[in-house]
Design a protein around this ligand. Structure first.
Ligand code: NAI
Ligand code: MG
Length: 353
C-alpha cells in the first residue's frame, strides 16, 4: 500500500468548496488504484480562524505542515480581514519558509474549452519567482499625519533567488522538450531590480546555447500574450509580474477558475503546495457554483509531483473528457451545473476508465 499524507487548507469562501471536491477526486483515484491511500489532515486556518484567535495559523503552524507529503490549499482572504493580513500571515510564510521558490503555472487551453481570444493555440508555462522580489514585504510608512506623508515599498532581488529561478526555467524547458524561454522584464523603468534580473538572465542563458531566449518588457509582453500566445513556450517572471501575467493567462483559458499553481521546493527538503490560482471569490461563496477545475488540475500537478504519474494523467483525461462533452460545467464557463455535479462527472469518468 502506497500512503501519502496530504495537509488540506481549504481557507475561505469557495476555497472550502473546491478543496472538498479535490479530496473527493483524490479518494476516488485511490479507490480505483486499490493500492494507494491518502491520509488527509484538514486545517481550519482561514480568516474565520483569524477572527477567533487573532492569527491566521498557530505559532507552530509551519511545524504542523512540515512532515507531510504535500499541501493542497483552496484560497484565503475574506471581507472583514484585510487582504494583506490573510496573505502575509498564511500563504506567504508557507511559500517563503518552505523555500517553495518556484511557482509553476501552466497556461494551456484544455480540450473542450474555448478562449475569449481568437488565437487558440495556447500551451505554455509561466515560471514565477515565489520567494522574494516585489513581495518581500519590506518598506515603510513615513511622515504620517503630515502633508509629506509617503509609503515606500521595497523589492529585494538576490543573486541566489534570481539565478535559481531563471536556471529552473531553462532546465524545465530542456526537460520538457521546449525550445524557447521568454523573460519578463521592465528594465527601462526599474533601473535596479530589473537591470540586475536582465544581467543574470544573460549569464544563465549563455549556459544553454541550444535554447532560444528573449526578453520583453512586461507591458509589451501582456499584449503579446493576447496577440501571439502560440509563440510562447516558457515564460520566466518575477513574483509580481508572474502573478499578474498568470491571471491574464487564466482568463485566456476562459475563466480564472481553470488554472492551477504549484509552489515547488525543487530540492524536496520541504513539502510543496498546490492550489488553484483564483481567490476566495466572496461574490459567489456559498452558492455551490465555484468551478472546481483549477483545484482538480492542481491536484493532478500534486500527483505528478508525488510520482503518481498514471493517476495524474487519468485525472487530467477525465477532466478533459467532461469538459469536451460539455454537458456538465459551471456558469463561469457557460454551463448551469454546480461544483459538486462537475466533480461527480469527473469521478464518473475516472471510474469508467
Ligand atoms: P478571486 O479570484 O477570488 O475572484 C475574481 C473573480 O473571479 C470573481 O468574480 C469570482 O467570482 C471569480 N472566480 C474566482 N474563482 C472562481 C471559480 N473557481 N469559479 C468561478 N468563478 C470564480 O479574486 P478577488 O476577488 O480579487 O479576491 C477575493 C479574495 O481572495 C481576496 O480576499 C483576495 O485577497 C483573495 N485571494 C486569495 C488568493 C489565494 O489564496 N491564493 C489569490 C487571489 C486572491
Ligand atoms: Mg494572483
Amino acid at each position: 500500500m502506497k500512503e501519502y499524507t496530504i495537509k488540506l487548507i481549504p481557507g475561505d469562501g469557495i476555497g472550502v468548496d473546491v478543496i472538498h471536491e479535490g479530496r473527493r477526486v483524490l479518494e476516488a483515484l485511490a479507490e480505483k488504484h486499490g493500492g494507494l491511500r491518502f491520509r488527509f489532515d484538514t486545517l481550519p486556518w482561514s480568516c474565520k480562524y483569524y477572527l477567533e484567535t487573532g492569527k491566521m495559523m498557530p505559532e507552530d503552524g509551519l511545524k504542523i505542515l512540515a512532515d507531510c507529503d504535500s499541501i493542497l490549499l483552496g484560497a484565503v482572504g475574506f471581507p472583514g480581514v484585510p487582504d494583506h493580513v490573510s496573505l502575509r500571515e498564511l500563504l506567504l510564510p508557507i511559500r517563503v519558509n518552505f523555500d517553495e521558490y518556484v511557482n509553476l503555472r501552466p497556461v494551456k487551453l484544455l480540450k473542450g474549452l474555448s478562449s475569449p481570444i481568437k488565437n487558440e493555440k495556447i500551451d505554455f508555462v509561466v515560471i514565477r519567482e515565489n520567494s522574494e522580489g516585489e513581495y518581500c514585504g519590506k518598506g515603510e510608512f513615513l511622515n504620517g499625519g503630515t502633508p509629506e506623508e509617503k509609503a515606500v515599498q521595497n523589492a529585494v532581488f538576490t543573486r541566489k533567488g534570481t539565478e535559481r529561478i531563471i536556471r529552473y526555467a531553462f532546465e524545465y524547458a530542456k526537460r520538457t522538450g521546449r525550445k524557447k524561454v521568454m523573460s519578463a522584464t521592465k528594465s527601462n523603468a526599474l533601473n535596479y531590480s530589473m537591470v540586475f534580473w536582465d544581467r543574470i538572465f544573460r549569464e544563465v542563458r549563455a549556459e544553454y546555447p541550444g535554447m532560444e531566449s528573449s526578453q520583453m518588457h512586461i507591458d509589451a509582453l501582456s499584449g503579446y500574450f493576447i496577440m501571439h500566445p502560440d509563440r510562447l513556450e516558457v515564460v520566466v517572471a518575477s513574483n509580481l509580474f508572474g502573478d499578474i501575467l498568470t491571471d491574464l493567462g487564466s482568463a485566456m483559458l476562459g475563466s480564472i477558475g481553470i488554472s492551477p499553481s504549484a509552489n515547488l521546493n525543487p530540492e524536496g527538503k520541504f513539502p510543496s503546495m498546490f492550489e488553484p490560482i483564483h481567490g476566495s471569490a466572496p461574490d459567489i461563496a456559498g452558492k455551490g457554483i465555484a468551478n472546481p477545475v483549477g483545484t482538480l488540475w492542481a491536484a493532478a500537478m500534486m500527483l505528478e509531483h508525488l510520482k503518481l504519474e498514471p493517476e495524474s494523467a487519468l485525472l487530467m483525461q477525465a477532466l478533459e473528457k467532461v469538459l469536451e462533452e460539455g454537458k456538465v460545467r459551471t456558469p463561469d464557463i457557460g454551463g448551469k451545473s454546480t461544483t459538486a455535479e462537475v466533480t461527480d462527472a469527473v469521478i464518473g469518468a475516472i471510474m469508467a476508465h
